[in-house]
Design a binder for this molecule. Structure first.
Ligand SMILES: Nc1nc2c(c(=O)[nH]1)N[C@H]1C(S)=C(S)[C@@H](COP(=O)(O)OP(=O)(O)OC[C@H]3O[C@@H](n4cnc5c(=O)[nH]c(N)nc54)[C@H](O)[C@@H]3O)O[C@H]1N2
Ligand SMILES: Nc1nc2c(c(=O)[nH]1)N[C@H]1C(S)=C(S)[C@@H](COP(=O)(O)OP(=O)(O)OC[C@H]3O[C@@H](n4cnc5c(=O)[nH]c(N)nc54)[C@H](O)[C@@H]3O)O[C@H]1N2
Ligand code: SF4
Ligand SMILES: [Mo]
Length: 738
């Protein structure tokens, strides 16, 4: 199928983003007519998964009420949670399947769109082999759908290539925790943060990206806890820090090894914990010997006294918690970075008891649950390894196939895109993923997508990625199907269905099951409801590390969430993993791991002397496909701005609001400058929530961590200059793409 070019202007006029400011029916009508009912559920956005009550009238979500009894957030919400309901009946909502034509898209019926999708995928597989088709999943999906995607790829399509957008998120943490503890989950419930005497946040913009976690840190502060923050930017939470470590992007490993050096130099390690609960200490101790304060300070840009104090405070706690997010993990040595933090935690004995531990702050709404049950290329339900013969046998039995029919591990997300670019993969079915915005080196991603012989997308909005599709299947919002998610603490939560998909849109799980039926695999996908999928998932996860067997929707409702592993219905669930310091390895020991320094894949040099780093702002979410359509969020931060330190700006004759051109080894990006004292003078920061000519990922590079396969979103090299021209998008009378 030759792909006709699509008129983007016309598509934008038709499908948006058009920010929705007033709910259907208008505010007045809403205040006149009381809501028909309130539905207790959870926010569709970040991994905090705050409890919220959706106000529903007819088939529309028209507002919200706080859910004060839900223990995690006790009614508190951030701006995104407050506005999420504006997606219901949004004018940009896809209400029918779309099929590409010469001129753009035309509406189609379900029969035609599903038949075409299956026919094209089968043709490609017949011509080039099963593995010439790949599947992309997403971690905003409820766990039932994530599980279904893994089964769909392997059983309905028989391809080994399935991976998901969580590959861009926290897999470095996952690999490191597996290596050290044999489990990929935060070992602590968030109540442990409130108990801590020292909280160390590294590479986590807690205030903007995990707003409810801030509250736990405040509770710790209320009983006198000290706060240490390490970030190249003085983020909002840093204002309350006792110690701020303004490290150079990409130097976390040096900082953390330097801190361990200080701990050992001063004899602050916990000898008893190390002896009883760990292996591999001596090699790690040896490896940090050369990380003396002076050289660590030089390499990280952090004053030596600050490094010393941070190490001493953390070790002396007595109760210390280390929190980390993507600043530490989005690096081509993300796994090493997290391991170095775990080494520090183990050496000081700060795990396995109240108020202690290291924890990854989950990113996506179902970032945790979405990675436990088979969407990852190397993994089967229950967080089982796809390489493990016993795991293959168990899952094959639940699925009713032979273990040797189960494909082996496939490529990770970026590797799938590379294989598409190189012509090895020819067909792609993608759900809940917007890679044109969110993968690094955006131009490369677009080239790859245009090379696909068939591209099917399941989404509820026409995302920038869906514009490249041959068929778009109109799927569902989180509140349109019942299921579970797992929050940042490992607490499994019940997502209640509030409304049906509107008009001719379908629930995602129905779409997948219908595709499977057309692929002739109906008997493996007989599900009439997501509850039936959940029941199979419980069996499939049984006996695995992420054991959900004892969890039911009803139990979750009664207990306000159940922490996994929960192997039976009378098991209480497991809020704190590794109680007493016992890991999930058969010998119960935690593993120290030696970490080795590597240069970034895109190092600063004379012609690219500045660090370029990317991340988030409080009012936008991920690729922005959802939040750029929500009035009140768009208005807070309508376009990306380049954060630049006054000293750097002055050197280039740039003042606040000027247009500045940022150049990396791949491309140029022209944005308005935001002159702030809260960033290192050698670093430029741009939030990544926008597409095309506003996309931070135009500039980033495709280097991956060799073990986790995470892209290095946090470290690129760039140079800047005052722009010669205002970019075209800014002169567009519509205000350009939002
Ligand atoms: N408002 C909002 N909240 C969100 C999201 C969102 O899009 N918007 N997304 C959710 C998701 S999926 C995720 S993954 C999380 C992300 O949550 P975070 O990881 O907290 O957010 P980021 O902005 O990606 O990066 C965090 C910090 O890393 C810093 N940083 C940059 N380079 C380095 C470095 O080399 N070392 C260190 N130590 N720090 C560095 C940045 O300055 C930034 O402050 O947020 C979740 N919550
Ligand atoms: N430069 C740079 N790039 C980054 C990052 C960074 O810090 N810097 N962060 C990375 C991180 S941590 C992440 S998590 C990724 C996220 O990147 P993406 O996953 O690409 O971002 P999303 O905006 O979540 O895209 C999800 C798409 O799925 C749709 N969707 C959401 N929920 C559902 C659902 O329930 N059903 C269906 N059918 N569709 C749904 C949305 O409309 C949207 O189009 O971006 C990564 N990219
Ligand atoms: S903190 Fe996260 S889960 Fe809570 S309301 Fe905000 S976006 Fe939603
Ligand atoms: Mo993420």
């Amino acid at each position: 199928m030759a792909k006709p070019p699509v008129d983007l202007q016309q598509l934008t006029a038709e499908f948006g983003p058009h920010p929705q400011r007033v709910p259907p029916g208008g505010w007045q009508e809403e205040s006149r007519n009381p809501a028909e009912r309130l539905v207790k559920t959870h926010c569709c956005f970040c991994g905090q998964q705050c409890g919220i009550q959706l106000k529903v009238r007819g088939n529309s979500v028209i507002g919200f009420e706080p859910w004060e009894e839900f223990p995690f957030n006790e009614g508190k919400l951030c701006p995104k949670g407050v506005k999420r309901y504006l997606q219901s009946n949004h004018p940009d909502r896809l209400l029918d399947p779309l099929i590409r034509t010469r001129g753009g898209f035309r509406k189609a019926g379900w029969e035609e769109a599903l038949d075409l999708t299956v026919q094209r995928l089968q043709e490609i597989q017949a011509k080039y082999g099963k593995d010439s088709v790949a599947v992309f999943g997403g971690a905003s999906l409820i766990t039932e759908k994530a599980y279904l995607m893994g089964k769909f790829a392997r059983v309905a399509l028989g391809t080994r290539h399935i991976d998901y957008n969580g590959r861009l998120c926290m897999v470095s943490a996952g690999v490191a925790y597996k290596l050290a503890f044999n489990v990929d989950r935060s070992p602590i419930p968030w109540s442990d943060i409130a108990q801590a005497d020292v909280v160390f946040c590294i590479g986590a913009n807690v205030g903007e990206c995990a707003p409810i976690t801030t509250d736990y840190i405040w509770r710790a502060r209320d009983h006198g806890a000290r706060l240490i923050v390490a970030d190249p930017r003085f983020t909002p939470i840093s204002r309350n820090a006792d110690l701020y470590l303004p490290l150079r992007p990409g130097t976390d490993l040096v900082l953390l090894m330097g801190m361990l050096h200080v701990v050992l130099r001063d004899g602050l390690e916990d000898r008893n914990f190390i002896a009883v609960h760990t292996t591999g200490f001596d090699e790690v101790a040896e490896s940090v010997k050369s990380y003396d304060l002076r050289s660590v300070a030089e390499r990280t840009g952090v004053p030596p006294e600050a490094i010393e104090l941070a190490a001493q405070w953390f070790a002396q706690g007595p109760r210390s918690v280390a929190l980390h997010a993507r600043g530490l993990e989005h690096q081509s040595k993300g796994v090493e970075n997290v391991l170095a933090l775990i080494n520090l935690t183990l050496a000081t004995g700060k795990i396995g008891r109240e108020g202690c531990g290291c924890a990854m702050i989950t990113g996506q709404g179902n970032g945790q649950g979405g990675r436990e049950h088979g969407q990852k290329c190397d993994q089967l339900p229950g967080a089982r390894s796809i390489h493990d013969p016993a795991a293959r046998e168990h899952v094959a039995r639940v699925w009713g196939i032979q273990p040797d029919e189960l494909p082996q591990a496939g490529y990770s997300a970026q590797e799938i895109m590379n294989a598409i670019h190189e012509g090895e993969i020819k067909g792609l079915l993608s759900i809940c993923f917007n890679p044109t915005v969110s993968l690094p080196h955006a131009e490369y991603t677009k080239e790859a997508l245009n090379r696909l012989e068939f591209f099917g997308v399941i989404d509820f909005f026409l995302s920038e990625t869906a514009r490249h599709a041959d068929v778009v299947l109109a799927g569902s919002l989180q509140e349109e199907e019942e299921g579970v998610t797992c929050n940042t603490e490992g607490r499994v939560l019940h997502i209640r269905k509030a409304v049906d998909p509107p008009a001719n849109a379908w629930g995602d799980s129905r779409i997948i099951c219908e595709l499977a039926r057309r692929l002739g695999k109906e008997r493996y996908f007989p599900f009439q409801s997501t509850r039936e999928i959940f029941d199979e998932l419980r069996e499939a996860s049984r006996g695995g590390i992420a054991d959900y067997y004892g969890i039911t929707y009803e139990r979750i409702d009664r207990e306000m969430g159940v922490f996994w592993p929960c192997p039976s219905e009378n098991h209480p669930g497991t809020p704190r993993l590794m109680e007493g310091g016992v890991s999930l390895f058969p010998d119960g020991k935690c593993r120290f791991q030696v970490t080795e320094w590597r240069e970034s894949g895109d190092p600063v040099a004379e012609d690219f002397p500045l660090y370029f780093t990317t991340g988030r702002v409080v009012s936008q979410y991920l690729s922005g496909a959802q939040t750029r359509r929500i009035g009140g969020l768009v208005d807070i931060y309508p376009e990306p701005r380049a954060e630049i330190h006054p000293r750097l700006a002055e050197g280039h004759g740039i003042v606040d609001g000027d247009w500045v051109t940022i150049t990396s080894r791949r491309a140029e990006l022209t944005l308005r400058a935001m002159i702030v004292k809260t960033i290192r003078p050698d670093t430029v920061f741009v939030p990544y929530h926008w597409a095309d000519e506003q996309s931070a990922n135009k500039l980033t590079h495709r280097t991956l961590d060799p073990r986790s396969k995470i892209p290095e979103f946090k470290v690129s090299a760039c140079r800047i200059r005052k722009a010669e021209h205002v970019p075209e998008w800014a002169t567009n009378p519509n205000g350009g793409p939002r």
